[in-house]
Write a protein of this length. Structure first.
Length: 697
């Protein structure tokens, strides 16, 4: 029986199919990653072109000026979203996946810092035991901001070191977690630091997989993902962040702007100390410049003079102004602030004493002209006074005539405290300008020329919030801290950052303003369906021709970026938490510009009981208004009271989309965990043991 040879047509088809399969799904992972990145770049370009086509048309041809009070805010909100898509596209453009690290160096010293503050002892104990089991040589520290005797006893029982605040912190601003880390930094000596939150259980290989990156002497930190082993089915609180700990961090990594996220990261001590000294010097220089500016204002005020001393006083003030100018010049020349301020203080005292001596000479001359005065006694008294430097100094500090201005200026620069007596320690390597010290610290490191690495491998597993109140407290703190950094040390003006780094930091900060625009997106269909306020000229074919291609390519882009990841819950919360984002921005602005304190709340590690409907009251009101306006419009359409069927149906589509997004908070508010049984508790123990071995339970 003969063998039938394949036909040429079939062979060609099989070869073509094999070539297509190899092209679209290459076996080599690097080629596959490059192919995926190129597809994403094509989608990014298409998304931005179609977005530009739509937004230009919106501004130029579609605004209904008859209802400008909703039409203009809506197009501004759409422009915000358009710019957001630009920033997101630029983030993904340089995506740099890293899952294989260089080998760890054989002999570097590492301190593992477990930060805690009133967490349950047993949760911290599990973390401690996992840290002790890390395979790379290291030293383990519990840094306890609660100074708990029970925590200290546990540390002793587990054989690890225990650190609390030193006495210098008494009565000083504690700076929350950043203060705790700064305090520990000066009580440890390791070349590298692994920071872990109290509930983060590390894999034994965490240091082996991260230390190798530091063979590059300019790498300041390596960040790994934060992954949670207790997320309930459906992730009702949106704890998972697969888009951030994945495409976004990998994209930022490509721009050398990966974020330090506070935990599960290894940092180089030298890099931290360098930015600490730099921040100390910068802060001191700012304080001196502010004092010099105030000094200039004081010295240029018209003094309260008498005719006989006008010339001498003017000469004294001019001399002091010249001294201020000289201080500015030396400050620009980077001379020692300590020597500059000491020299100025000495010169100000000399000028004041010269002026007092001049005044006393005039008084003595006038007394000599008065009949009946014992001139010998006057001469003797004035000679003693002019020779008494202490007395002259006291007179020089009196609050009359221009001496008050001179003394005030001198005290201004005396107030420049090189030792920072207003702080527990003068140098703070971990930034204290924000309740989220991690982002601010990372940005300072990048501005100083250091590099960062995002290693995309789960090497520690922690506890996610188990109730809505805790989840919202956590997100509020993140948002407040991010806005604090933006207002205090904006990446757009921060010296040393590259253009790409500025954009990567700004993109994250910019995203927290979405709450204000979410209100507009929710309000627009309500105002049209309920009141007939139409923000666009018409819901015509022209609108859909401009809008639909942009929406479709935008959704396709996000689908490819998040392929294989559960990103829907995150999309829901980006809109559903709009009251939280608004509150975060307002409170951060009040903190930075009005000095109002932010309450720092440590994320509880155990479930907080009770109902949480009060936390989502604004969202519930919004949902009721969306539903009510839709019913009202449909009734009018059914009764023939309006013929705007296309417009009503289109807006009801957006109402349904908004309701689906807002429904996330209903899932979270009504979530109840399953009852814990003995078998369930035993199962959890088995899971924890698996985590200690470095793999999911």
């Amino acid at each position: 029986m003969g063998v039938t040879s394949p036909s040429p047509q079939r062979s060609w088809k099989e070869a073509s199919a094999n070539w297509l399969a190899r092209t679209l799904l290459p076996a080599d992972m690097e080629r596959r990653a490059l192919l995926r990145l190129n597809i994403l770049r094509i989608l990014i370009v298409a998304n931005l072109l179609l977005g530009t086509y739509y937004i230009v048309w919106r501004w130029g041809a579609s605004i209904n000026w008859s209802f400008w009070w909703i039409a203009v805010p809506l197009v501004i909100a759409e422009t915000y979203s358009y710019l957001d898509s630009w920033l997101f596209g630029l983030t993904i453009w340089r995506s740099t996946p890293r899952t294989t690290s260089p080998p760890a160096p054989p002999a570097v010293t590492v301190d593992v810092l477990i930060t805690c503050y009133n967490e349950p002892i047993e949760i911290v104990r599990e973390t401690v035991r996992a840290v002790v089991a890390i395979s790379y040589p290291h030293r383990t520290y519990i840094i306890d901001d609660g100074n708990s005797p029970a925590m200290r006893a546990m540390a002793e029982a587990e054989g690890v070191s225990y650190i609390v605040r030193t006495v210098e912190w008494q009565g000083m601003d504690r700076h929350a977690k950043s203060g705790n880390l700064n305090n520990a930094l000066f009580q440890t000596t390791g070349e590298f630091l692994l920071t872990l939150d109290a509930d983060q259980i590390p894999s034994p290989a965490i240091l082996d997989r991260t230390l190798g990156y530091f063979s590059d002497p300019w790498v300041a930190f390596v960040q790994t993902p934060q992954w949670f082993y207790n997320v309930p089915p459906g992730d009702p609180f949106g704890s998972d962040a697969p888009l951030f700990y994945g495409p976004i961090q990998q994209g930022k990594d490509g721009w050398n702007a990966a974020f330090f996220c506070g935990s599960n990261a290894v940092l180089r001590r030298d890099a931290l100390m360098q930015i600490g000294v730099k921040a100390y010097s910068r802060d001191l220089t700012k304080r001196v410049r502010r004092s010099l500016h105030t000094a200039d204002l004081l010295l240029t005020q018209p003094p309260l003079l008498v005719d006989r001393s006008e010339q001498a006083v003017r000469a004294a003030l001019l001399e002091l102004r010249a001294a201020v100018k000289q201080v500015r010049h030396k400050l620009s020349a980077k001379e020692s602030i300590q020597s500059i301020t000491w020299e100025f203080q000495r010169r100000a005292q000399e000028v004041a004493q010269e002026l007092v001596s001049h005044e006393l000479m005039h008084i003595r001359a006038e007394l000599a002209d008065i009949p009946g005065i014992d001139l010998d006694h006057v001469e003797s008294s004035f000679t003693k006074l002019l020779e008494d430097e202490t007395a002259l100094a006291q007179l020089a500090s009196r609050t009359t005539s221009p001496l008050a201005a001179i003394e005030t200026v001198r005290h201004l620069l005396m107030a420049i405290d090189v030792d920072r007596s207003d702080e527990a320690i003068p140098i703070m390597p971990f930034s204290t300008i924000s309740v989220t010290e991690d982002m601010a610290t990372a940005m300072r490191l990048h501005a100083a020329g250091w590099k960062s690495v995002y290693h995309h491998e789960v090497l520690a597993r922690g506890l996610a919030p188990e109730d809505l109140r805790t989840a919202m407290q956590q997100r509020l703190r993140w948002a407040q801290g991010t806005i604090q950094v933006m207002l205090s040390e904006s990446p757009l003006t921060q010296r040393g950052l590259s253009f790409g780094q500025r954009l990567m930091y700004f993109a994250t900060m910019w995203s927290y303003f979405s709450g204000f625009f979410s209100v507009i997106y929710i309000a627009a269909p309500i105002l049209y369906l309920g009141l007939g306020w139409l923000p666009v000229n018409a819901f015509s074919a022209e609108l859909f021709r401009h809008l639909m291609p942009y929406l479709l390519i935008n959704q396709l882009f996000f689908l490819v970026v998040g392929w294989g990841k559960k990103t829907w819950r995150g999309q829901q919360y980006s809109l559903a938490l709009f009251p939280l984002w608004i509150r975060a921005v307002i409170s951060a602005v009040n903190n930075v510009y009005r000095g109002k304190k932010l309450a720092f709340v440590v994320t509880p590690k155990t479930r907080q009981g009770g109902q949480h409907w009060d936390l989502v009251r604004p969202q519930i009101v919004a949902m009721l208004l969306l539903i009510g306006s839709s019913i009202y419009a449909l009734v009018r359409l059914t009764l023939g009271l309006t013929d705007e069927g296309v417009s009503i149906v289109t807006n009801i589509f957006w109402v349904m989309y908004n309701l689906i997004l807002l429904s996330a908070v209903l899932d979270a508010a009504t979530y109840r965990p399953p009852e814990v049984t003995e078998s369930g508790a035993a199962g959890q123990a088995v899971d924890t043991a698996a985590l200690l071995r470095g793999r999911p339970g």
